[in-house]
Write a protein that binds this ligand. Structure first.
Ligand code: GLV
Length: 323
């Protein structure tokens, strides 16, 4: 029997590729160059399946041009690159990679928040520039993590893992806002208290964004929200670009309306708002929150296992749509 055809849109680990080649006729983009929309359509036409990352947009134009496509397995927990409604209407299964990245991503969110509050990147740049000539008492003073108030916006698996780090490891008071409060036992396990978005913004010392991107979540944090925050507060975004209005954030950081920000995701990434690059009080990383070797391999393996299970057993492991 012919193997189904699969387009792998990015470079993946050799062990995952060999596994896929046992089950599929694989066309593989080993250059990591992002396909243009036309390029993606050209590659995907006639294919049964795709393994994608957050940078390949699977929208109705792509789906219409690729009618043989049956499944897209994203190597990411977020799937805002998928037009899920069109995929469902056209009976194309979408899968993501939840759970395997939760703890790694929470570690990174916490690390970025700490680097931001304690001015680690800013002070390191100062050293590298050879500017350190004497020690002084008020040199690079930041704000404490220990016993401060952690505010989490979006309380899914990663939000809960960050809450536990804060509550148990650092004696933080944890408050959160979400579409709906967590069940009492989950709240208890995180030692977290549900508050309104306004109370969250007004009272937290360190705000961490972990909500999924949807059109409704666009610019959840803009000028008005930044205005509500304490001037000593920090903001960390490990969720998605577009949740924060980067231009408004750059202005708030410049005017010291908030103290500092840690950003792993950006509007229009990999391009950055040039204003952010000029600011000392922002820590910038290139969308690497889940990037431990072990976790990135686990994500690629889960995406591969979704594809294999779908073609061999008729159901995927972690689907995000049903029809
Ligand atoms: C990364 O951003 C992911 O969604 O997994």
């Amino acid at each position: 029997m012919n193997k189904p055809s699969l387009l792998v849109t990015r470079s993946i680990y050799p062990e995952t590729l060999s596994k896929l080649e046992q089950h599929f006729e694989v066309d593989y983009n080993k250059t990591d160059e992002v396909y243009s929309k036309e390029g993606l359509i050209q590659k995907l036409q006639g294919m049964d399946a795709a393994m994608t990352t957050g940078t390949e947009r699977i929208d109705d134009d792509v789906l219409k041009a690729c009618p043989k496509l049956k499944i897209c397995a994203n190597i990411a927990v977020g799937y805002n690159n998928f037009d899920v409604a069109s995929m469902t209407a056209r009976k194309v299964l979408a899968t993501n990679t939840p759970d395997v990245l939760t703890e790694t991503t929470a570690d990174f969110g916490f690390a970025l928040m700490m680097a931001t509050a304690r001015r680690i990147a800013e002070s390191e740049h100062y050293l590298r520039k050879g500017l350190w000539s004497k020690w002084s008492l008020d040199m690079f003073t930041g704000s404490d993590i220990f016993a401060s108030t952690l505010g989490i916006l979006g309380m899914g698996r990663i939000g809960q893992a960050i809450a536990k780090r804060g509550a148990y490891g650092f004696g933080m008071k944890v408050i959160y806002h979400n579409r709906s409060p967590l069940p009492a036992e989950l709240e208890g396990a995180c030692k977290a208290h549900y508050v309104s978005k306004q109370e969250l913004l007004q009272t937290c010392d360190h705000l961490v964004l972990v909500l999924p991107y949807t059109p409704q979540a666009h610019h959840t944090i803009g000028a008005a929200e930044l205005n509500m925050m304490k001037s000593t507060a920090t903001l960390t975004n490990i969720a998605r670009g577009g949740i924060v209005d980067d231009a408004a954030l750059a202005l708030a950081l410049k005017n010291r309306q908030i103290a500092a920000a840690g950003l792993d995701v950006f509007e229009n990434e990999p391009a950055l708002n040039p204003e952010l690059l000029k600011l000392p009080n922002v820590v910038l990383t290139p969308h690497i929150a889940s990037a431990s070797r072990k976790t990135r391999l686990a994500m690629a393996e889960l995406a591969a296992d979704n594809l294999i299970a779908y073609f061999e057993k008729g159901h995927a492991l972690t689907p995000v749509n049903t029809f």
